[in-house]
Design a protein around this ligand. Structure first.
Ligand SMILES: *Cc1c(COP(=O)(O)O)cnc(C)c1O
Length: 365
């Protein structure tokens, strides 16, 4: 007897009704020369840094018979120092990517009978993690230029009384940043926790502030960050948040014991020690982003202002055809966001140049 008889599918399993018919989240992982679809930093660690990481992992390997520090204290201390703003270890929590941080937030503050809210188009993992934790999802549309309409937000908050509100700034997939004043108005009105997902914070333009500034006055505000984007460490899976210590205590009630492996903690600490090198390309990527926005507009495309390391552009009658034609020429971007738009990650100067040439070739501009 085969252990995988063909007649048996996941629908024959006692799968939760709300999961039936769903597909796993994730951009296609296709091995082509120019990969600009998941907002990674295009620069791998230097040989020197790769060596430092390997040496530290080797030292950690000698103690892998023991569980890691359950509270990741040294790492949280390092992350607090990196963030500044007077934050301490007690204000910071870390997990395997900010997606796990967000899931822990929903495990602690969401759940059956509760609602999470977001302003869409935005990061599609927010509703997916909400539903995965049994939390209802309330979607409020952004304006035509992808801003959060704060009056509409306050009305929706009054109507739905969400336990968790997601604000993404800079927003994915549009690149739009939110002002501190608007964030403060929403934080003051929301009855539950307000999560500002700042995965792209390091890429924001000069003069665009971070919600970290508001933490001291808003004890239910949470700012989440990640080492996956600017920090060029997507493969290590390290995300974190800053908040009032009470929020961190709440997350400790739902986190799995030893969720952050000793190897992960070591790698993240070495990365923090080399923050200058890892973040070294951020200025170049921002400049490359600004010039790509200008170039696309110069060629007649609609482009959303971006404070991130990607650009949302359009509008195409058949965006799937454009996405496919680019892929046929070895350039992988992302079909995401409002209909008619596509998102491209800012890569190296060479990758971005290949993208520009290929886009002209496939659109005939
Ligand atoms: C990429 C991204 C994340 C990061 O996820 P990790 O789990 O930290 O890799 C979080 N939020 C947004 C909006 C993102 O685009």
């Amino acid at each position: 007897m085969s252990v995988t008889p063909v007649s048996f599918t996941l629908n024959d399993l006692p799968l939760r009704d709300d999961l039936r018919g769903r597909s796993p989240y994730g951009a296609p992982q296709i091995d082509v020369p120019v990969v600009l679809n998941t907002n990674e930093n295009p620069h791998p660690p230097s040989e020197r840094l790769a060596r430092a990481l390997a040496d530290a992992v080797a030292a950690t390997a000698a103690g892998l018979n023991r569980y890691p520090d359950r509270d990741a204290v040294r790492l949280r201390q390092g992350l607090a120092d990196y963030l500044g703003h007077g934050l301490t270890t007690a204000n910071v929590w870390a997990a395997n990517g900010s997606n796990e941080v967000l899931q822990q937030i929903l495990q602690a503050f969401g759940g059956p009978g509760r609602t999470a809210m977001g302003f869409e188009p935005s990061y599609s993992m927010h509703p997916i993690i909400s539903r995965g934790t049994g939390t209802a999802w309330a979607s409020v549309p952004r304006t035509a230029d992808f801003r959060v309409d704060v009056d509409a937000a306050l009305a929706a908050i009054a109507e739905h009384r969400p336990s968790v509100v997601f604000l993404t700034s800079p927003n994915n997939p549009t690149g739009t940043a939110l002002s501190v004043a608007d964030t403060a108005r929403i934080a003051a009105a929301a009855p539950g926790v307000v999560v500002v997902d700042e995965a792209y914070a390091e890429f924001r333009r000069e003069g665009t502030p971070s919600a970290l500034e508001l933490l001291a006055d808003h004890p239910r505000l949470v700012v989440s960050r990640t080492m996956s984007k600017a920090f060029a460490l997507a493969g290590a899976r390290v995300g974190y948040l800053a908040a009032h210590p009470a929020v961190v205590e709440a997350l400790q009630l739902v986190r799995l014991p030893y969720h952050l492996s000793a190897v992960t903690q070591t790698v993240a600490l070495v990365a923090l020690d080399h923050a200058d090198e890892l973040l070294g390309a951020v200025a170049d990527l921002r400049a490359e982003r600004d010039s790509l926005v200008g170039w696309l507009r110069g060629h007649g495309f609609a482009v959303a202002d971006s404070d991130a390391n990607f650009v949302l552009f359009g509008e195409f009658e058949d965006r799937s055809a454009v996405w496919r034609a680019l892929l046929d020429r070895d350039v992988l971007i992302r079909e995401v966001g409002p209909p008619g738009w596509l998102r491209v990650t800012v890569g190296t100067a060479r990758e971005t140049a290949v993208f520009r040439d290929t886009l002209l070739a496939v659109t005939g501009r």
